[in-house]
Design a protein around this ligand. Sequence first.
Ligand SMILES: [Zn+2]
Length: 199
Amino acid sequence: MSRRPNRARAFAPDPGADGRQCESPNCPALGEYRAPLSRQVLNQYRWFCLEHVRAYNAAWDFYKGMSPGQIEQHLRADTYGQRPTWPLGRIGGRIDPIKLDPEMLRDPLQILSAARDAERVRKRNEAPKDLREPLAVLGLSWPTTLNILKTRYKELAKRHHPDANQGDRAAEDRIKTINLAYATLRSRLAAEPKLAATG
Ligand SMILES: [Zn+2]
């Protein structure tokens, strides 16, 4: 848990960048940030350095030629990749900025969060099969350690303790599930310390 990164900023380098160079002519920087090719081709990307991806995004009028209704529809679409970035000032006059999801502004294409989720799931899936569900219950990635497990369990036990939830039945069920997941992981990690990495 201690190594889990904080929420990435909107302009954190993309984990999919593999050392390629910025596509802007004569730019010597690494192309660590990606931007969609066009509205029609949202699953192909161009790769730029931070400065040039910002310039590219600012220049790209994604909503050009769309009616306010179509824009609104696009903003509400849930599909990954249908959430482009845009210069706020340009559509500010047509759509109330307060309606915009702040999450979209931080990670406009939801690429970063999608990549992080995929990475988390991938890591968890590398765990021994019988430990995957308990790990998911506790929100832990694999590998983990007894110390990480105990710390996480204490947090969850405190948060979901029935006394802290006015005797809510759902909270009781949650704490049972958490206890079971904790017991399973603890006994496996204690019995086979080599299962878990030291990190
Ligand atoms: Zn560049």
